[in-house]
Write a protein that binds this ligand. Structure first.
Ligand SMILES: Nc1ncnc2c1ncn2[C@@H]1O[C@H](COP(=O)(O)OP(=O)(O)OP(=O)(O)O)[C@@H](O)[C@H]1O
Length: 576
């Protein structure tokens, strides 16, 4: 019921158009019935050789119904598709908007291909609910009621016959066909989602697949899944064909039953013989309204499954909820972390355990530590992607939980280890950090990030497309674009999360120099496991398994000869 409500509610804004399209559908089938009835009557009567003038009216009616059918069919399709396309595009936007607050915490377990399948295929499936379930149901009702009344006007037996076969075709057969195809439909949706996920994964990892010579393996996997999908699709098509044939059989049985009854009545002198062909053709043509009913229940099942899959994601609770009454911008940008404890799963180990950190406005603090120490987790908590369990993060003296996530994000510029670059121009990739920025500000940010002259050297300059994930750029150039974004955003707090990881020592040194320019006047938290350029930090926290094991300035920590010194030795040995 909830799903039906959900689907019907989407029709509400278009109710007038939907009713109009339904009436046009009735006109289309009604015209066809009229066309057949009048044609049969015309031919039968013409055989009796009446004066030609008596046939003119009937001939005009034939022409009228022929034209009316074509025009009303066109208008009905035009209106219904227009409404459906609007509903589907609205649904896609709605689904994307629902996904946004769930990212990244609640979407980590979802395959991106599967999400794509929901966004494209599941939404597309709903088209059939509107076009092939709601519309035909309405039309069948509006056609069959007057038709049964009209037949009863001749003889009530005709009404009983048509009602019996109508129920057989429209009510008894569909659930049987639906039940036979249930398993295939569920499997098809599952296999299709799997295929989408495999294709997305294969496209994203194409370079690795080629490098590790996994192409044949990958192709086999995709071929196998495609074959599986085809198998289920074929089963469903066979069932569809069976449904169509059975429906045709019922239609002809209905016609024969009416005809046999009518012949007996003609013989008994209860019905003029001229009506024999009229009755037979009216029954046949009225089946245009009944046939679609055979598939309504399977379309309904498919749509119900699609909505269930969409709602399953959309009804998930976001990992972070904005407060009902949120604080506005903080008075200052002091960051204070006290007794912070966090783990990703309730039964898992603490990833951050009793962390204390003080970062005054305009100060610079670094958090270093070996891989898996919990450094990126701290960034995730500062950006409010997850909520912490114990302790507090204070921004401007107030808990970060008292601000809306969007407001917190506006105050923080991040230079991450892996900057996502969009398949767009360089200009668009910088501009997205602050869409209100003008051309001059974009160029200024690129200049300060040390990438302007490189961009200018390209034939298309700032309008150069950088390919998916920015694959046409080097690692250093990608990081400089990230710095340009942070500069353009001009936020008071700066988070550098392994911003120079993966760069060679010379590029790292150059990028670090640009990063130092970026730090000026901003509250900066540097997260890194590479101990380069930390001499100017106000404080360095050494994190190990979620706990701070050492803290102090660079020279002090080196003198201490603890974990920091060991890490410094290691990175020093690796570099030189
Ligand atoms: N989404 C997640 N779900 C469950 N566990 C996670 C998740 N993200 C990270 N972890 C775990 O939390 C711990 C800390 O990970 P984190 O990424 O914060 O470490 P890190 O210090 O940033 O490491 P690196 O320097 O390698 O990036 C690790 O044991 C990791 O496996």
């Amino acid at each position: 019921m909830k799903i039906l409500n959900f689907l019907l509610r989407l029709l509400l804004p278009y109710q007038q158009t939907v009713i109009l399209a339904g009436l046009l559908g009735v006109c289309t089938i009604g015209s066809n019935i009229g066309l057949m009835a009048v044609s049969a009557y015309l031919i039968a009567w013409a055989a009796l050789q009446p004066p030609v003038l008596h046939l003119v009216g009937l001939a005009a009616a034939v022409r009228f119904f022929g034209l009316a059918r074509a025009v009303s069919r066109y208008l009905e399709r035009y209106l219904s598709h227009q409404v459906i396309l609007q509903i589907l595009s609205g649904l896609r936007v709605w689904f994307y908007q629902k996904l946004e607050p769930l990212a990244p915490a609640c979407l980590l377990d979802e395959r991106s291909g599967d999400l794509l399948s929901r966004l494209v295929q599941d939404v597309e499936t709903l088209k059939y609910f509107y076009l092939k379930a709601v519309g035909p149901l309405l039309t069948a009702f509006l056609i069959m009621v007057p038709l049964v009344g009209w037949l009863a006007g001749f003889n009530v037996k005709f009404a009983y016959i048509i009602i019996f076969f109508f129920l057989l075709s429209g009510i008894v057969l569909p659930p049987v066909i639906t039940a036979l195809g249930r398993r295939a439909r569920i499997q098809r949706a599952e296999v299709r989602a799997r295929l989408y996920a495999q294709l997305t994964d294969s496209l994203q990892g194409l370079t690795e697949i080629i490098a590790f010579d996994l192409v044949p393996q990958r192709l086999n996997l995709i071929k196998q899944t495609s074959r599986e999908l085809l198998g289920w699709q074929k089963q469903l098509m066979d069932l569809g064909a069976l449904g169509n044939s059975l429906n045709g059989l019922v239609m002809h049985l209905a016609m024969w039953a009416v005809l046999v009854t009518a012949v007996a009545m003609v013989e008994a002198g209860l019905l003029p013989g001229i009506y024999l062909a009229v009755l037979a053709l009216v029954v046949l043509s009225s089946w245009e309204a009944v046939t679609p009913l055979s598939f309504i229940s399977s379309y309904w099942e498919e749509s119900r499954e699609a909505v269930r899959r969409l709602l399953k994601i959309c009804e998930a609770e976001p990992a972070v909820q904005d407060p009902a009454v949120a604080e506005t911008t903080p008075d200052n940008f002091n960051l204070q972390v006290t007794g912070l404890r966090f783990r990703y799963h309730n039964e898992g180990p603490w990833v951050l355990d009793n962390l204390h950190l003080h970062l005054p406005q305009g100060g610079r603090v670094a958090v270093v530590g070996p891989s898996g120490a919990g450094k990126s987790t701290l960034v995730n908590l500062l950006l409010r992607f997850w909520d912490y369990h114990q302790g507090e993060i204070l921004l401007g003296g107030k808990s970060i939980k008292t601000y809306c996530q969007d407001d917190v994000l506006k105050l923080i510029a991040v230079v991450p280890q892996r900057t996502h670059l969009f398949n767009a121009t360089i200009r668009e990739n910088i501009w997205l950090a602050r869409p209100q920025a003008d051309e001059e500000e974009i160029i200024m940010a690129a200049k300060r990030a040390g990438i302007h002259s490189f961009i200018e050297s390209l034939p298309q300059g700032y309008e150069t497309y950088i390919g998916e994930g920015g694959f046409k750029l080097s690692g250093g150039q990608r990081q400089r674009l990230a710095i340009a974004r942070a500069l353009l955003k001009n936020a008071p707090i700066l988070l550098l999360d392994e911003a120079t990881a993966g760069l060679d020592p010379i590029t790292e040194k150059e990028v670090l120099a640009d990063i130092y320019k970026l730090m000026q006047g901003r509250t900066t938290l540097v997260i890194t496991h590479r101990l380069t350029g930390l001499q100017d930090m106000d404080e360095i926290l050494v994190l190990h398994r979620g706990q701070v094991v050492e803290r102090g300035r660079h020279d002090y920590l080196l003198r201490k000869r603890g974990l920091y010194w060991a890490m410094w030795q290691q990175s020093h040995d690796r570099l030189y």
